[in-house]
Structure formats: structure tokens, C-alpha cells
Design a protein around this ligand. Structure first.
Ligand SMILES: [Zn+2]
Length: 255
């Protein structure tokens, strides 16, 4: 299993990194993609990958970090993304839940990063919260840029729009929550070649660990079990499909 989205540079994981990696390996999570949220964090991600062959990274500026970032940071990312450990740009996108007041700035950063993705031929990891319509509208101007809506929490109708546009969905801890019946419907219906598994660790710990521990890559297996139950298959099948999609989407070729 690959955890397609985690934040290993977050101090909550970084301070106990060896334990996190050991527990992941014991659970069968042998590879992971760590995702940057600001230029400073992006640099840490690349640095971390140089030490850990089982880890790759996506680098970008998260919509909740645009207030303290500069548009010129994207030019720095343009050079940084040439590092062989980088498999995508992001996370990038729009968050209307936490950051309403920076809407237009979020849009500027999103577009600037999509321009880079198009130029560099990179897929993008999208953070989208209560903004599916605007996100898809912006992406429409960037045909040819492949997108993954990470930790998808939209409706079935929105999931269909994302899939119909040719994009991928990521399932994280939210799909395991008791109230997430609608999200399990999405997990059941998504085509076999359009979803990937993730944790978004240290955030969004899946059930049944939700109130017990901060999230870490090993726990992707709890989420995979819920997706398997929703789809009426076993966890190995979810692993196989997700792994194939991670390899296809990110172009990650090691086995
Ligand atoms: Zn994230």
C-alpha cells in the first residue's frame, strides 16, 4: 500500500519519524508521498526525500497558506520541482471553509501554480474545501493538466463531475466517519481506475483510532478497509487498484 498524501514534515510526525516509518512498514505501507504546503515546507519535503528512498513528494502552496506566501515563491518551486524526488505539484487549490477572506489571493496562487504545472508537465494535487464548482471552472482553462482531488469530501454529484472531467479522487479518514454515509456511496461508485488511498496525516485520523491517536501513514489501512467494505471487495483489491492509480497518476515507477 502507498499512502498517497501525508505530511511527514509536520513536527507531530517528524519528531517520531522512525517510529512512524516502522509502524507503516509493519502495516504494509511501504511507500508514501509527503506533501508540502508552503515554500519553506516544500524545501523540507525535498530534503526528507533525499534521505528516504521510500518517500516522494508533491510541492506547492496550500490555499490556507497564501496569506503568508508570495507569488514569487512559485518561481522558486519551479526550480525546486526539478528534483527527482518530486512527483507532483501541490497541494494547491481553494478552501472556502477556513479561508473565505483570501478567496481572490487563493485564486491567484492556484492559477500561478497551474501555469507552472502545464509548463513543467506535472500532475497536481488539489486541496478543495466547499469550492468544487470554482475549482473545476479554473481547471477548465488548463486542459492537459491531470488533477487529484485529495481527501475528497464532496457530494456524489460533485464526484461524478470530477471523474467526468478526467480527474482522480483521494479517500482519507473522512470516509470512515460515522456520519459520512454519502462519502461511502462515492467510494462505492468511483471507477476502479480513478481513486487513491491516503491519510493526510497528521490530520483526519480514521475510525476506530479517531479519538485515540494523531494520524500516521500506517492508518491508511483502516481507511482502505472501509472503502473495501463500501465496494464489496477485500482490502488487497483496494490496495492493488490504489497502487496502480498512484503509479499511473504520479508516474512513480519503483515497485
Ligand atoms: Zn494535505
Amino acid at each position: 500500500m502507498i499512502d498517497s498524501h501525508c505530511h511527514l514534515t509536520d513536527p507531530r510526525l517528524g519528531e517520531q519519524l522512525q517510529g512512524v516509518l516502522d509502524r507503516a512498514a509493519a502495516a504494509g505501507v511501504t511507500r508514501m508521498i509527503t506533501v508540502g504546503t508552503s515554500l519553506e515546507d516544500d524545501r523540507r519535503c525535498v530534503e526528507l526525500c533525499r534521505r528516504l528512498p521510500q518517500v516522494r513528494c508533491a510541492i506547492g502552496i496550500h490555499p490556507n497558506y497564501v496569506a503568508e506566501s508570495n507569488l514569487e515563491d512559485v518561481d522558486e518551486i519551479a526550480s525546486l520541482q526539478m528534483d527527482p524526488s518530486v512527483v507532483a505539484l501541490g497541494e494547491m487549490g481553494l478552501d472556502y471553509h477556513y479561508s473565505q477572506e483570501t478567496k481572490s489571493r487563493q485564486r491567484d496562487f492556484f492559477i500561478r501554480q497551474l501555469e507552472l504545472a502545464r509548463k513543467a508537465g506535472r500532475p497536481v494535487v488539489i486541496h478543495c474545501r466547499e469550492a468544487v464548482e470554482d475549482t473545476l471552472a479554473i481547471l477548465r482553462d488548463f486542459t492537459g493538466v491531470l488533477a487529484l482531488f485529495h481527501c475528497f469530501t464532496g457530494t456524489l454529484h460533485e464526484a461524478r463531475q470530477v471523474v467526468d472531467a478526467g480527474y482522480y479522487l483521494g479517500f482519507g479518514g473522512a470516509v470512515t466517519f460515522k456520519k459520512s454515509e454519502a462519502l461511502r456511496d462515492v467510494a462505492r461508485e468511483v471507477p476502479t481506475d480513478r481513486f487513491v488511498m491516503e491519510t493526510d496525516a497528521p490530520y483526519l485520523t480514521p475510525e476506530p483510532m479517531r479519538k485515540i491517536k494523531i494520524n500516521e501513514p500506517a492508518m491508511v489501512m483502516h481507511t482502505a478497509a472501509v472503502v473495501a467494505a463500501a465496494r464489496g471487495c477485500d482490502v488487497d483489491e483496494v490496495d492493488r487498484l490504489s497502487t496502480a492509480s498512484v503509479r499511473r497518476f504520479f508516474g512513480w515507477d519503483s515497485q
